[in-house]
Each structure stands twice: as C-alpha cells, then as structure tokens.
Design a binder for this molecule. Structure first.
Ligand code: PHE
Ligand code: ZN
Length: 871
C-alpha cells in the first residue's frame, strides 16, 4: 500500500480566497549550490471572503527550507506558525500587513522541472499549475492576482542575462562579480504566470508595431549554438500578433515580449506574462534539422502561447477546474490561426485525426473526465486531450452555432467584462448568451459530461413527395461517476448530394433532443447525406453508407473534410473486414473498387497534393484500435500491412509518378504548398518501398543522401532503417548519428525511428538505446522519444503477449516517479487502457498496475492514474 492516499479536491468545495496579495516583491540570490528567495507580500483580508478572521494559510512545498519569516518587520518564532504537509499556517494576523519570508532552494537538484530548476546550466522556472509553492510560501491559486516586482542577483560571467516578467526598471553591479536586474510587471497576475530565467543566452531581436502604433521589442533567447534556428519562431510570433489584432481585436500590452528556449521541459511551452518559456522542440526550427511537422508545431505553439496573453493571462481561471477556459479557447484560436496561415482543410483533418485517435480513447478510458472536471488528486494529470482538444471543439461549436460575427462580439464582451479577473467557463458561455440572446444552458453539458456522444442517423426518401427525412438519435456511453447522460445541444452541418455529385442542399441543423427528425422538401432525387461536415461536433457518427455512396462523396463532396472522411470510412470498413478474415484464417483481399478510387485520385493532377496525401493515408493502428470493440493488436497490424502493401503494389506506377511530380528541385520553404508536395512525395516513397522491389530502397537511400532538408532526409532514413536490408540500414543509422549527434532534437528523431521499428527484437533494441550516451533520463524529450515512441508507435512489441513490454514500461515509471512525477504519470497512459485488450494482455497490464500500486511512496501524480485505472 502507498504510504498515504493523496487528497481529492472538489470543484463544489470552491471558496473565494480569504486573503489577497496586492503586491509581491521577490529577490532571488542565484548561486551554484543554492538560491535564496526573499519574498515580501503585501497582504489584505479579502472583503469578498465568506469567513472573516481566517488564519493565513499559504501553500509551500515540503522540501522547501524556510529560513526566516516576519510580519511587518517582526520576526516570527517557530511557535507563531504551523508547517504541515504542503502548508504554512499563521494564526492571529492583522487585517493588512507585509509578510516577509526567506526560503532556500536547491535548483541544481530539482529534477521535477517544476518551480526553479536548471536546464543545461541556465536557471529557469515552471510555475503552472502549482510550481510557485516550490519557490516561496504563497496563496498559490489562480484567483489570487498580484503585481510582481522581481530582482535577480547572479554571477555576471555565468549568467549575463537575467529575465523576469514585465519591464526591466533597474540594474547594477556589485564588487564581487555579481550583477542584478529588477523587473516590474504592471499587470496583476496569478503566481502560475511568474517566471525567471538566468543564463548565458544568445538573442534574436526584432520589433512589432501594434495596431495603435506602439512599438514592442520581440526577443527570442536560446543557447548560442541555436541562434540560427530562431527566425521561424520570430516570423510566427509577428504573424500571430497581427492575426490576433485582426481577428480578435487584441493588442499586446507590454513593451517587451520574450521567449526563452530550454531543453529540459515537461510540456510544450508556457505562457508566463511577457516571458514565455519554451521546450526547444517547440521553438527551434531550421530546414536542415527540423521537419515540416516541426515547423508547423513551432508556428502553432508560438501562436498559442502568444494568444494566452489575452485568453489566459488578462482573463484567467478562477480555479484549475476551469483549465479549459483558457486552454480550450486558446487551442481553438491557434487552430484557426494555423488554418489561416496554411491549408484550412488539412489542418482540420490533422486535428480531427488527433481527437479521434487519442482524445476519444481517453474519453472511454478509466481516466475519462469532463472538459471541466469535478475532482482531481493532482491537477497536472488534467492537462489532457479532453481539456485541450475537446475543449477547443466545444468552443468551435459555439462559433458554429452563433456564427463568426456573433462569436466575435461574444469574445469582445468576455474580454471586456472580465479583464483582470479570474473566471469560469460559465462566464465564457454567459458572454456568448448575452450577445446572441440564446439560452445555452443545455449546451453547457459539453463542459460537465464526459464521454464521446454517438449519433445514429437513418433516412427515408419519398420520391413522389420529393421529401427527404433524416432521423438522428444521440446517446453517450457511461463514464466514471456518470452512468446516465443527458442529451447534448450540438450543431450538425450537412449537405445532401445527388448520385451524380450535385449538391441539392447545404445547411446547419441543431440537435437538442435524444431523437429528432428533420424533413427536407423539394428534394428532387434521392440524396446521399454528407453528414457532420467539417466535423461540426466531436461525436461518433453512424450512418449505413454503401461503398458506392462513400466513393461518390470521396469524389464529389464540396466539403473537403467530408471528402477525406468518406475515404477514411471506406478504408476503415475494408480494414475491419480484413481483420475479421485474418482472425478466421481466411486469405485477406484488397478491394478493387478502393484501388480504382485511389488510382483516380492519384491521376487527378488538379488535386492539391496535401489533400491527396491525406486521402491516401490509411487510418493508423492507433485509430483502428480506438474503433475496435476489443483491440486485437495482431489482426490490426496484419490487416493494415496487407492493405498497405496491396495498394503499394497495385499502384506502383502511380506512386512513382506522384513521387516524381512532387520531387521538384525547389529551395526549401515550409509554406503550405511545399509542405503538401513533400508529404505526398514521402508518402509515395513509403508505398514504393512497401512493394519491397529492388529499385525503391535505393531511391530512398538516394533521397537520404541528396536531400537538403530534414523532412526528406528523415522520411527516407526511417524507411531504410526499418527495412530488411540490414547492411544499408545499419550504415545509415551510423551515418545519421555521426551527422547529427550534436543536435539534441535530431537525436530525438533518431531514437524514435529506432523505437518504432516494427522488426523482431524491438524491446532488446530500446533496452540497449536507453544505455546510449544520447539518452538522458532526466530530459523529458528523450523519454518521449524513446519510451513514448516504443509504447505508442510500436504496438506489436509493446503489447507482446508475454507482458515484457508492460513490465519494461512499469519499471521505468517506478524509477521516473522518484525524479519527475509529472512525466512518470504521463508515460503511464498506455497501461490505463488495459480493459480494451484481450484477457491475456489485460491481465498482464493489470499485473503491472498492481505492482505500482503496491509500491510505497508513489507520487500523487502516479497514484491517481494507477488507482483510477484499477477501479
Ligand atoms: N499552459 C501551457 C500551455 O498550454 C501548458 C503547460 C502546463 C506548460 C503546465 C507547463 C506546465 O500553453
Ligand atoms: Zn495553453
């Protein structure tokens, strides 16, 4: 048994804070072996608090050393306060006072990457969600907003750059080689948005003139060796700033905007006020070292963090149950930005694919939770696909229901009403209700109910009356703590398409009831419904399409997303048929109709290569798993490989032509057109190699050698590295390592390619790679690259029937939990899905979960995930 069960925090227990902090003055003495933090908090009792004369309760991590505590200059003795697990309590404090507190931290020993820690020799912080309490004692909750003034003192040679939120207002040098800088942030903020950085950093500088003519200095900091990889982030930042002015009317509100790249980071990036801290993987970009996907991620994350300045910082969350208030809205904003910068349809396809594979799987797992959860043990566990991506879909539905214009009015009203406040998702919806005059009470079930709703659609056509009827039934499966669901209010975008592809109708239906019938008049021929266009709601849609109808929609639908989706539906159905044949010991077959449809697509040179590449990609094993009643790892793999190799062989000439068509000798650029051409080219190359015919591996090898960018090099590299020509493969593995061993992010790719290699002996290979010098278990990017890739992209081996993959993962989690609980809990995700597998595998996974449960001293992070999974 674990030593103690962590507390559960409930939304319904929310109380306004008893004490407010108007001003927070911090002084950091940064040294190699320790950091002293002096905090002066100007504290007042909160007039809005329920209970007056409450003792002062501050959060503070148990490991933090408290050196001195005083109130209005009077030193407190040990008997004047109580320190309990995670708290400091002081009784009998005045109504208004200044608390001064000195704490001693050991950042060089902080492996959790929360609070103050060191990344490659530089000091940096991560305070969301509850990291500030590892720096000093504080009411570390988002509804306590305070004006910060921060002084950093450090050795000038080692740490020439000293940064914090806001503007530098004073600086100086001491005699002993140390220097100091004071930063003032005029905007009141919750402690989770505090940040500091100290290091020897290189800088790319630019500027931006806001709509009202103010000049903002833009500064991106990184290690000197990475200075040549910052241009794309800078351009993306400027694009995002302009876009937020044009689309949301939001201007930046400080004179400086800073981004710092760090290699040790638990997440993607953090929106600290005026001083974003980024995982290097989300900010560094260079054609030689970064793939197209990497470029697009940089663009999206830079924009995401910038957009938080309004949706998150100026208006923040009342409590952490409201996390999706800032994250769902901001993901929606960044998705729209990326759609405007690149191809809208392709962006939508990518986002929906992520939702359908990973979020749907989460929504049917033991960790399923509503977009606004009702309880948690460890909030870090709730930075999830549900809060982020499903949360963004909920905002998108509001946008669809209200229309762009009213939505913008609602957003304006939300920012105006709540500027400087910490609010709730209800407040967000209320602004949308005010501008639209609509009652969104039922809509709010999207925030409170977990699980993926199911829409079952049937239809009837009356040729004589020219009448077409659609019947839509909605339901939602039970989820932990929610046995029965109420119907949702959702937008159902649809078109009615004639057999010859003519569009007979297009419009938006609103669903509110459990079962609803819609009648369309004046429909002159029997239509094929194109349902849920643009994926207008995050649901599973069922309609009994014939293959011919899907092929027609794939060819003719005016909605690009649904064209793609029709193709996916068809592929999924055919794949599922082959899975059944595989299980029945029958030979699998590849549908001639599918081959012909793909041939037509491939020969249609008018089609956008990016769209074409999306249409010619079979659904992933992960997505097929999500769709399965019970996941049959072997059947899924066999069926998909069979289809892939069949399509490869049947269309060999077409793949070659597509390859050649897209193999233009242009200079590398990460724009949508060029990205699209490379994605089709590399997809074609993958199919060619899948034919296992001689010339194509050589072509891959040639591409590897001749490419001038990481997208083409890595695509070719992975194909060769996974091939049975071991001599060439080993040679390239070595060459790639030699070429890129000093580029940490490229080495992550090198690890991932090997971790996802499906050939026999995969576990032995990852075990060996964990001993390789480029692997560093303290670096989350390395853990994701090796452990994450093996468990997530090598299902065959992770799910080996003997349980060896599960045991290996559990061993890692137990080890990592001592060092970085957040990452340990995150890597655990695949084991939480045990109920979806056959009894043998489910049993093996349970054994490993129980092994963790039986360990003493699990972190709250891992405890919560393991215990909920076993329930
Ligand atoms: N708030 C960050 C974002 O989504 C994510 C994050 C959460 C980063 C917690 C670090 C810690 O932009
Ligand atoms: Zn965010």
């Amino acid at each position: 048994m674990s030593v103690k069960q962590p507390n559960t925090i409930y939304l319904e227990d929310y109380q306004p804070p008893a004490w407010l902090i108007s001003h927070t003055k911090l002084r950091f003495e940064l040294e190699e072996e320790q950091t002293l933090v002096r905090a002066q908090l100007s504290i007042q009792s909160n007039p809005a608090a329920r209970d007056k004369r409450m003792p002062l309760e501050l959060f503070g991590d148990e490991g933090m050393e408290l050196c001195r505590l005083s109130i209005d200059g009077q030193i407190l003795e040990a008997c004047d306060y109580q320190r309990e697990a995670g708290y400091l309590r002081i009784n009998n404090v005045p109504d208004t006072f200044v608390l001064e507190c000195v704490t001693r931290l050991l950042p060089h020993e902080n492996t959790t990457l929360e609070g103050l820690y060191k990344s490659d020799g530089m000091f940096c912080t991560q305070c969301e969600a509850e990291g500030f309490r590892r720096i000093t004692f504080f009411p570390d909750r988002p509804d306590v907003m305070s004006v910060f003034s921060t002084t950093l003192v450090a050795d000038k040679c080692l740490y020439p750059v000293l940064l914090s939120n806001g503007n530098p207002v004073d600086s100086g040098e001491d005699d002993d080689g140390r220097h100091w800088v004071t930063w003032d942030d005029p905007w009141p903020k919750p402690s989770y948005l505090f940040a500091l950085v100290a290091g020897d950093l290189a800088l790319l500088e630019d500027s931006f003139t806001t709509l009202s003519g103010r000049e903002v200095a833009l500064r991106i900091y990184a290690e000197r060796k990475d200075l040549d990889k910052l241009d794309y982030a800078m351009q993306s930042l400027k694009n995002a700033m302009r876009w937020d002015e044009e689309v949301y009317g939001r201007e930046y509100d400080l004179d400086i905007y800073m981004i710092v790249a760090v290699d040790f980071f638990n997440m993607g990036a953090m929106e600290n006020k005026g001083l974003n801290i980024f995982n290097t993987s989300c900010v560094l970009a260079h054609p030689l070292t970064t793939t197209d996907q990497g470029f697009q991620r940089v663009e999206a994350v830079v924009a995401h963090e910038y957009f938080h300045n309004w949706s998150g910082n100026r208006v923040t969350c009342r409590d952490w149950f409201q996390l999706s208030l800032k994250e769902g809205f901001t993901v929606f904003r960044d998705a729209e930005f990326s759609a405007d910068m690149n191809s809208r349809t392709v962006k939508r396809i990518e986002d929906v694919t992520l939702l359908r594979t990973a979020q749907f799987a989460e929504d049917s797992s033991p960790m399923a939770h509503p977009v606004r959860p009702e309880s948690y043990m460890e909030i870090s566990n709730f930075y999830t696909l549900t809060v982020y991506e499903k949360g963004a879909e909920v905002v998108r539905m509001l946008h669809t229901l209200l229309g762009a214009e009213l939505f913008r009015q609602g957003s304006d009203l939300y920012f105006e009403r709540h500027d400087g406040q910490a609010v709730t998702t209800d407040d967000f919806v209320a602004a949308m209700e005010t501008v639209s005059g609509r009652d969104l009470t039922q809509f709010k079930r999207w925030y409170s109910q977990a699980g993926t709703p199911r829409l079952q659609v049937s239809d009837q056509y009356d040729a004589r009356a020219c009448e077409y009827r659609l019947t839509v039934r909605q339901s939602c499966p039970p989820s932990p703590g929610q046995d029965h669901k109420q119907p949702y209010h959702l937008p159902l975008a649809l078109g009615l398409v004639a057999e010859d592809g003519t569009e007979l109708y297009a419009g938006l239906l609103e669903l509110t009831g459990e079962e609803q019938e819609f009648c369309f008049d004046n429909i002159k021929q029997c239509p094929v419904p194109s349902l849920l266009r643009g994926f207008s709601a995050p649901v599973k849609l069922e309609y009994d399409y014939s293959d011919a109808q899907l092929l027609m929609l794939l060819r003719h639908d005016t909605d690009g997303f649904n064209r793609w989706d029709a193709g996916q539906r068809l592929s999924i159905r055919l794949l599922q048929e082959q899975m059944q044949r595989y299980r029945d010991g029958q030979p699998m077959v590849c549908s001639e109709a599918l081959i012909e449809a793909w041939r037509q697509l491939l020969n249609d040179t008018a089609l956008d290569p990016a769209m074409l590449a999306q249409c010619l990609r079979l659904p992933s094993e992960a997505q097929l798993s999500e769709l399965a009643e019970q996941i049959d790892v072997a059947a899924i793999h066999a069926a998909r490989e069979f289809m892939r190799t069949s399509l490869a062989a049947a269309l060999e000439q077409e793949w070659l032509q597509a390859y050649q068509r897209c193999d233009t000798n242009e200079l590398y650029a990460p724009d949508a057109d060029a990205v699209g051409r490379r994605s089709l080219k590399n997809l074609a190359l993958a199919y060619l190699v899948a034919t296992e015919r001689e010339p194509w591996l050589a072509l891959a090898r040639q591409q590897y050698q001749q490419s001038d960018n990481m997208t083409d090099q890595l695509a070719a590299f992975a194909l060769v590295a996974h091939s049975d020509d071991r001599e060439t493969a080993e040679e390239l593995l070595q060459a790639f390592y030699q070429q890129w061993q000093h580029e940490s992010l490229v080495m992550n790719q090198w690890l991932s390619v090997q971790a996802s290699d499906p050939r026999d002996g995969a576990l032995e290979r990852v075990v060996a790679l964990a001993q390789h010098p480029v692997f560093d278990m303290r670096n989350p990017n390395k853990l994701r690259a090796l452990i994450g890739a093996f468990c997530g992209q090598n299902a065959q081996h992770f799910h080996a029937e003997d349980g060896s993959g599960y045991a290996w993962l559990a061993g890692w989690i137990l080890q990592l939990d001592q060092q970085n609980p957040q990452i340990a809990a995150r890597l655990l995700t695949p084991l939480t899905r045990w109920k979806r597998y056959d009894p043998v595998r489910a049993g093996q996974m349970q054994v490993q979960l129980q092994r963790m449960m039986d360990t003493t001293e699990l972190s709250a992070d891992v405890y919560e995930v393991v215990s909920k999974s076993l329930m």
